[in-house]
Design a protein around this ligand. Sequence first.
Ligand SMILES: [Zn+2]
Length: 81
Amino acid sequence: MKATIHPKYVAAEIRCACGNVIKTRSTKPTILVGICNVCHPFYTGTQKFVDTAGRVDKFQQRMVKTQAAQAAQAASKKKKR
Ligand SMILES: [Zn+2]
């Protein structure tokens, strides 16, 4: 292996939203996922809503914030000119 061209390969944790932790190795120390083999309906065999944390709601909240920020930025640009 060449000395300086490779990224660090460290012990890593993959953390799922359901609380499951998978230990592995990666170039990143922690990886956050929304669904894993423990809680995915394909493996559990039960139907359930994945949107338990209200991801759609969170996205819409973020969208409103972004639009407000963009409007504020546009307003400040107009003032400068
Ligand atoms: Zn999971």
